[in-house]
Design a protein around this ligand. Structure first.
Ligand SMILES: [Zn+2]
Length: 231
């Protein structure tokens, strides 16, 4: 079967391993700095509120959301949702994540290009990425190559999404560090901790992009004959 193809393993394993490593690293780094209390003793919610207000974003709300590392900014509702370990904890990790999500709110308010593109393609990607594997499998089984290629093009939308996510995430972390530094909320030692937490988080997006590109490459090689060695 084509999904047990060695070619698939070669293209999928780097992204998979990188993803596992990144997940372990982000959890480990977050937990380490979740135990480091900041001198200003502000919770993640307080840090986010302070930074948002400073940027004239008083109308962006902050809510608590369940989960670990489930923190995100919702551009439609203009709500910053923070996980319990961030929302109510005065730690270096909490401040870093809260500032990162604030970075997304600022990207939204200034119309940062990559974020606008990402938001615009979300509905397309949700639709096309769930349909892509079905089209590819049916196309291959029926030897209907055009259908399989349509599936590959659909999957490419998901790849574009994972690639456009990279500048969005790295820019949010860059803004986060600048905000915390300018706001005088943290010591230079604490900022170094923030740097490590956000850097670890960044690698999870790199891993996702590597996995997506590997998958796309596999589909393309499969359809262009790269995977037909045994037929
Ligand atoms: Zn982010």
């Amino acid at each position: 079967m084509f999904y047990l193809d060695p070619l698939y393993l070669v293209l999928a394993i780097p992204g998979l391993l990188l993803g596992l490593w990144a997940q372990m690293r982000v959890k480990g780094t977050f937990n380490k700095y979740a135990n480091v209390r900041t001198t200003r003793n502000l919770t993640g919610a307080e840090v986010a509120r302070y930074l948002l207000d400073n940027q004239g974003l008083q109308d962006v709300r902050i809510e608590q959301v369940q989960g670990m590392l489930s923190d995100h900014y919702d551009p439609r509702a203009r709500v910053l949702r923070l996980s319990p370990a961030v929302y109510g904890t005065p730690s270096v990790s909490a401040a870093g994540v809260a500032a990162h999500e604030t970075g997304h709110a600022i990207q939204h308010s200034v119309g940062y290009g990559p974020l606008q593109i990402r938001s615009a393609i979300v509905p397309v990607v949700q639709f096309s990425s769930s349909l892509a594997p079905i089209l590819i499998i049916i196309g291959l089984l029926l030897r209907f190559t055009t259908l399989a290629w349509i599936g590959v093009i659909f999957f490419a939308a998901a790849v574009v999404f994972s690639l456009i996510t990279l500048p969005v995430e790295f820019d949010a972390s860059r803004r986060a560090k600048a905000l915390l530094d300018q706001g005088g909320l943290m010591s230079s030692d604490e900022l170094k901790g923030v740097d490590k937490v956000l850097d670890a988080a960044g690698w999870t997006y790199v891993a996702a992009a590597v996995a997506a590109v590997g998958q796309l490459l596999y589909y393309v090689l499969l359809l262009t004959g790269g995977g037909r060695r045994r037929s």
